[in-house]
Design a protein around this ligand. Structure first.
Ligand SMILES: [Cu+2]
Length: 172
């Protein structure tokens, strides 16, 4: 894991990061994700990985222009751990996150020593997409709404976590 763990940041840094993500996630950015989804970014396993890398890359560029001290790489949230309170957004209304403890482990299948079991990027992407879908479903609320999910700040560190696995796979 080359990205910092979201849960190891200070509360203040997490609060700042969540607020900067909310600034970044304009309707145009949300549409970018929705348009890609309609073009196959949640069906095609390779596009799933490449699109989301580019998508969080846009946030990383934005963060570099801000005063955020841990801008790039974007911290990663491991869904075996609970969503930190500063990322419980939104926490009211029909779109609120329903479950801060999705309790989905990517270990041991996606541990570094097992990544060579995935022979192609498509195989890796398919397996990651399936496990990733479960996380979105278990959190529920806006995270389970493909059109709006990037409005939830936790979306971004979650995809940072997925991208880290992809990056590890690329190096083996
Ligand atoms: Cu996702």
């Amino acid at each position: 894991m080359s990205r910092p763990n979201l849960n190891n940041l200070t509360v203040g840094d997490r609060r700042l990061l969540a607020s900067l993500i909310q600034q970044y996630a304009t309707p145009e950015i949300i549409d970018l994700h929705w348009n890609a989804a309609q073009a196959g970014a949640h069906r095609d396993p390779v596009m799933f990985l490449t699109f989301h890398r580019e998508f969080i890359g846009g946030l990383e560029v934005f963060l570099l222009g801000q005063s955020f001290p841990m801008a790039a790489p974007l911290p990663a949230w491991n869904p075996a751990e609970s969503i930190p309170g500063e990322f419980n957004i939104p926490n009211f209304g029909p779109r609120r996150l329903r479950n801060l403890n999705p309790n989905v482990s990517f270990s041991p299948d996606f541990d570094l020593e097992n990544l060579n079991n995935f022979r192609t990027v498509a195989e890796l992407g398919e397996a990651l997409m399936t496990r990733h879908n479960l996380v979105h479903q278990r959190i529920g609320g806006i995270m389970n709404d493909m059109r709006m999910a990037p409005l939830a700040p936790i979306f971004w560190p979650f995809h940072s976590f997925i991208d880290d696995i992809y990056a590890n796979w690329q190096t083996i």
